[in-house]
Design a protein around this ligand. Structure first.
Ligand code: NAD
Ligand code: IPM
Ligand code: MN
Length: 341
């Protein structure tokens, strides 16, 4: 039996996690969920912390974690999201954020040009450094002279390992995205690590784009990408953009992985969607496809394939939530996947 820790979180998090758990349950594997349903905004408001050392140990003892989403409008200016999400990513050194994007059905594309709608790529996002490192601070706070500095940290170790990860998941081509024309030290480091990494992987075509041009190319010719590797914040932004090109953030999955320990955190790319939380209309497919990534990661390849086939069937039949043009609520959209399974 393998334990999967589950953090439903806030807003639509618990709603979509319930769907993913129903799909996992229907597969009849030996995976056993250990649900940490107190890791949420309510606990943070009451106790000033939401993820305790005991929770951390419970997660460390499990095979993988499935997370819905964390965040709450009343806690936007606190440390809450960082203290859960970034604590997990940094604490388990989950340096590779793998975000596959695929157009499941032509009608989901927002692009006018039918010949250039196809997208089937993966964003590989560095997940432990960059602007998320927490290095910096403010001087003269709350005065007209307040100056805030958040360092954009890139290490040779961190950049080299994410580039190698990107090559390891690519079949044909990797495009590295940075802003080396403007960002001095980090730009130079990424460029040199990139040349070295490309040299280590001669069988895969290596190309480069600046972030501004990459954003444009994603819209004008999304099919030209296979694997895009980039830093933490560019990866955050490009993954929402790419998700929108494939029908929306509601069906985008992600995996945060440590390539050495093998530990993984699996979560939809979207957040807690306070605007639709509680309405029963959240799209569960991002969470369900994240569960498919988890299955694959733990070696349940047939089950992962079955889940993706079922999602594809439900999408093709239009048995989906309003964000994908359907009329179903979360429960019925989940039932459609379960029926196709
Ligand atoms: P969001 O992803 O929650 O919502 C953006 C838009 O997409 C909203 O209009 C929302 O209704 C829609 N949307 C998102 N998921 C959907 C789904 N499954 N089905 C249908 N529509 C969906 O982003 P936001 O509004 O910027 O953030 C809200 C909160 O979530 C914030 O507190 C933020 O910090 C947090 N957040 C958490 C995570 C995470 O836990 N991994 C990720 C992103 C944002
Ligand atoms: C994501 C989210 C997080 C991020 C936020 C909530 C800190 O947007 O998982 O993409 O920026 O990594
Ligand atoms: Mn994001």
């Amino acid at each position: 039996m393998k334990i999967v820790t589950v953090i439903p979180g806030d807003g639509i998090g618990p709603e979509v996690v319930e769907s993913a758990l129903r799909v996992l349950e229907a597969l009849g594997t030996d995976l056993a969920p250990d649900v940490l349903d107190h890791v949420n905004a309510g606990t943070y408001r009451r106790e000033g912390t939401a993820l305790s050392e005991a929770d951390f140990a419970r997660i460390a003892a499990s095979s993988a974690t499935l997370l819905g989403a964390v965040g709450d409008p009343s806690l936007e200016h606190t440390d809450y999201v960082r203290s859960v999400l970034l604590r997990l990513r940094l604490g388990f050194d989950l340096y590779a954020n793998y975000r596959p994007v695929r157009l499941w059905h032509d009608r989901l594309s927002p692009l006018r040009d039918a010949a250039h709608r196809g997208i089937d790529c993966a964003i590989v996002r560095e997940n432990t450094e960059g602007l998320y490192s927490g290095v910096g601070g403010a001087v003269h706070p709350s005065s007209p002279w307040e100056t805030a500095i958040d360092a954009d940290v890139s290490t040779h170790h961190g950049v080299s390992r994410i580039l190698d990860f990107a090559f390891s998941v690519a079949r044909h081509r990797v495009c590295m995205v940075d802003k080396a024309n403007a960002v001095r030290s980090g730009g130079s480091l990424w460029q040199r690590c990139w040349e070295a990494a490309a040299g280590r992987h001669p069988g895969v075509a290596a190309s480069h784009l600046y972030i501004d041009a990459a954003a444009m190319r994603l819209v004008t010719d999304p099919g030209s990408f296979e694997v895009i590797v980039t830093n933490n914040s560019y990866g955050d932004i490009l993954s929402d953009l790419a998700a929108a090109l494939a029908g929306g953030i509601g069906l985008a999955p992600s995996a945060s992985l440590n390539g050495t320990t093998g530990f993984g955190l699996f979560e939809p790319v979207h957040g807690t969607a306070p605007d639709i939380a509680g309405t029963g209309t959240a799209n569960p497919l991002g969470a369900i496809l994240s569960a498919a990534l988890l299955l694959e990661h733990l070696g349940y390849d047939d089950e992962a394939r079955a889940v993706r086939l079922a999602v594809g069937g439900a999408v093709a039949a239009g048995r989906v939530t309003p964000d994908l043009g359907g009329t179903l609520g979360t429960a019925d959209a989940t039932a459609a996947v379960l029926a196709a399974l």
